[in-house]
Design a binder for this molecule. Structure first.
Ligand code: DQQ
Length: 540
C-alpha cells in the first residue's frame, strides 16, 4: 500500500496531484461536458491559482487538458479566480472570471473565449485585450468583489445580467450588472439581493427551478410556474445557504419567499464539507447539475505529505421539492453505471442495540440505498425547548450514534473497522417537539479515525430533515469512497458530506453495518448496496 494514496478517492473527480478548490464554469457544449476548477499547479496548498480544465462525455470518465486560463496579463497576473460560463446566441461559449491584479488582492472581472470553436474540447482560451470588463466602482470593496455568475438574458429589454459576490461592511451582497453586448457592463442601482450581518458572499449562483416539472431549466428561462434559487457561499461559516424566491427581469430584484430564512440559519445545500458550488443546465438531459468542492479535513501538513488536497463531489441533479419549500438533490444517474457487485437485504428487523453487517461488497467504495421503517412514533424523544433549533450539529455532537434514544439513532456505520475502533455513522434520530416531529440527520466524523488529530477537523455534521413521517419511513443513500461519505436523507431533502481518514477501515478492511441504538425496533424495509468501480479514465 502506497501510504500517500490510501485516502485517495476511487470514483470522485480529482487530479493526480496538488491542490484543487472551486468548480468553475461547468457547461455542456456540443456533446462534451467541461469542468474547470481552481488549481495550484505547484503544490498541495492553496496558491498560484489557475483554471484547470477537464472534459467528459458522461460526467464519469474524464480527460485532463492543459489549464484553460492562467495568469498572464495585467488584468489577472496575480490569480485567475472563480467564475462561470455562459453560452451566447450562435452557440458561442464565454467565460467570466475574477482576475487578481495586484498584491493587495484587487479583483476585476474578465472574459475569455475559445480560440477555436471547431476544436471539440475547446482546449485553448483567449483573453481579449479589452479586459477587464468590470472594475469595482468606489462604492464597492474591491477585495471582496468576485465570482461572476452565469449570465441570464431578458428578451424584454435585450439586456444580459450577471451577479457578482461581495459585501458592504458586514452586509453580504450579490451585485447586479447589466449589458447589451456582454462587453460594456453597468452596475444596477440595487444589488440582486443582500443581507446584513452575513459577511462576504462568495460564489453566488442564481437560477430558475420549475415548480411542478421534473426538468431543470436554462438560466435564461422565462415563463410561468417557476421559482428562483439564490445560493451564496458564506465565507465566515464556510457553508452554502440558499433561499427560494421570486424574481422578474423588470424589477430586477430577487425577493425570498415568505418564511425563507436568509443567512446563517437558512437552508443549506449540504450540512457538511461542501463549498463554492456551481450549477449548470444540461440541455442533453434537461436537468440542472450541481458541482461542489470538498476540502480536506486533516491538517495542511498531511495534505503536503500526501501531495494532493481537495476533491470535486459527485455531481447532483437539483429540483424543487414538490412541497415548494426546499430543493432536492440526488447523485446524477450516471454514477449508477459504476455499480458493481450488489447485495440486498429486506424485511430485516433491528432491535435495540442491534447491528447487522452488510457483507459481500467493497465497503470502502460503495453506494448504499436503504429504506428504514418503524411501527410507531411514540418513542420519539422529547425535543427540549432549550435546544437550538438551528444548531443541529451541536445536538448531534451531544447525542451521537451511541447514546440510546427512543426512535433512533438508527442508520449505517460507514468506513468501519472490524471491531469499531473506527467508523463514521450516518443516522437519524427522531424527536417530538410541541406539535411536530423533528428528524435529525447526522454524519459524525468524531470516531472516524485513530490517527492523532493535530489540525484535523472531525465534526458531527448534522441537519434537520423536513420530511413527512405519516408512512413511518425514512430513506438514506450514501456514496462511500475511501475518504469521503456523501449522504442524502429522505430522497435528497438533507445532504451531508464528511471527509474522513481511517487507518484501519481501509480498502478490504473497511466494513459496513446497519444499526439501531434506539428502544423502538426499526425495520430495514429494503437495503441495496453496491461495490463501486473506478471509472476507466479518471483525469490522467
Ligand atoms: N475561491 C476562489 C474565489 C472564491 C473562493 C479563489 C471560494 O474566487 O471566492 O480560489 O472558495
Amino acid at each position: 500500500i502506497n501510504v500517500k494514496q490510501v485516502h485517495r478517492t476511487g470514483y470522485h473527480f480529482q487530479p493526480t496531484k496538488h491542490w484543487i478548490n472551486d468548480p468553475n464554469g461547468p457547461m455542456y457544449y456540443n456533446g462534451i461536458y467541461h469542468l474547470f476548477y481552481q488549481y495550484n499547479p505547484k503544490g498541495a496548498v492553496w496558491g498560484n491559482i489557475v483554471w484547470a480544465h477537464s472534459v467528459s462525455k458522461d460526467l464519469i470518465n474524464w480527460k485532463k487538458l492543459d489549464p484553460a486560463i492562467y495568469p498572464s496579463k495585467p488584468f489577472d497576473q496575480f490569480g485567475c479566480w472563480s467564475g462561470s460560463a455562459t453560452i451566447l446566441p450562435g452557440n458561442k461559449p464565454v467565460i467570466l472570471y475574477t482576475g487578481i491584479i495586484d498584491k493587495n488582492n484587487t479583483q476585476v472581472q474578465n472574459y475569455a473565449i475559445p480560440a477555436d470553436l471547431s476544436d471539440p474540447y475547446l482546449t485553448k482560451w483567449i483573453k481579449p485585450d479589452n479586459n477587464p470588463l468590470i472594475v469595482a466602482d468606489i462604492s464597492v470593496n474591491k477585495t471582496a468583489f468576485r465570482d461572476p455568475t452565469t449570465a441570464w438574458w431578458s428578451g424584454d429589454d435585450g439586456h444580459w445580467r450577471i451577479s457578482i459576490g461581495g459585501r458592504r461592511r458586514e452586509r453580504g451582497m450579490s451585485f447586479l450588472y447589466r449589458s447589451r453586448d456582454f462587453v460594456h457592463w453597468i452596475k444596477a442601482k440595487h444589488p440582486l439581493h443582500s443581507k446584513g450581518g452575513t459577511g462576504n458572499w462568495e460564489c453566488p449562483d442564481f437560477f430558475p427551478v420549475s415548480v411542478s416539472g421534473k426538468n431543470g431549466l436554462d438560466t435564461s428561462f422565462v415563463g410561468s410556474g417557476i421559482k428562483y434559487v439564490l445560493k451564496v457561499s458564506l465565507d465566515v461559516t464556510r457553508y452554502e445557504y440558499y433561499t427560494l424566491g421570486t424574481y422578474s427581469n423588470e424589477k430586477d430584484r430577487y425577493v425570498p419567499d415568505e418564511g425563507m430564512i436568509d443567512g446563517w440559519n437558512g437552508l443549506r445545500y449540504d450540512y457538511g464539507n461542501f463549498y463554492a458550488s456551481k450549477s449548470f443546465f444540461d440541455p442533453s438531459k434537461n436537468r440542472r447539475i450541481l458541482w461542489g468542492w470538498a476540502n480536506e479535513s486533516d491538517s495542511t501538513n498531511d495534505d503536503v505529505k500526501k501531495g494532493w488536497a481537495g476533491i470535486q463531489l459527485i455531481p447532483r441533479t437539483i429540483l424543487l421539492d414538490p412541497n415548494g419549500k426546499q430543493l432536492l438533490q440526488w447523485p446524477i444517474e450516471e454514477v449508477e453505471t459504476l455499480r458493481g457487485k450488489k447485495v440486498e437485504l429486506s424485511n430485516r428487523k433491528l432491535v435495540k442495540g442491534e447491528k447487522v453487517e452488510i457483507k459481500g461488497i467493497t465497503a470502502a467504495q460503495a453506494d448504499v440505498d436503504v429504506v428504514f421503517s418503524f411501527d410507531s412514533l411514540d418513542k420519539a424523544e422529547p425535543f427540549d425547548s432549550n435546544w437550538d433549533r438551528y444548531d443541529a450539529q451541536k445536538l448531534c455532537s451531544q447525542k451521537g450514534s451511541t447514546v440510546e434514544g427512543g426512535l433512533g439513532p438508527f442508520g449505517i456505520l460507514t468506513l468501519a473497522s472490524e471491531n469499531l475502533e473506527e467508523y463514521t455513522p450516518v443516522f437519524f434520530r427522531v424527536f417530538k417537539a410541541k406539535d411536530e416531529h423533528l428528524v435529525l440527520m447526522c454524519s459524525d466524523a468524531t470516531r472516524s479515525t485513530l490517527k492523532e488529530g493535530n489540525g484535523a477537523y472531525r465534526p458531527s455534521f448534522a441537519g434537520f430533515v423536513d420530511v413527512d413521517l405519516t408512512e413511518k419511513k425514512l430513506s438514506l443513500r450514501s456514496l462511500i469512497d475511501n475518504s469521503v461519505v456523501e449522504s442524502f436523507g429522505a430522497g435528497g431533502k438533507t445532504c451531508i458530506t464528511s471527509r474522513v481518514y481511517p487507518t484501519l477501515a481501509i480498502y478490504g478492511n473497511a466494513h459496513l453495518y446497519a444499526f439501531n441504538n434506539g428502544t423502538q425496533t426499526i425495520k430495514i424495509d429494503s437495503l441495496n448496496a453496491w461495490s463501486m468501480n473506478k471509472p476507466l479514465k479518471m483525469n490522467q
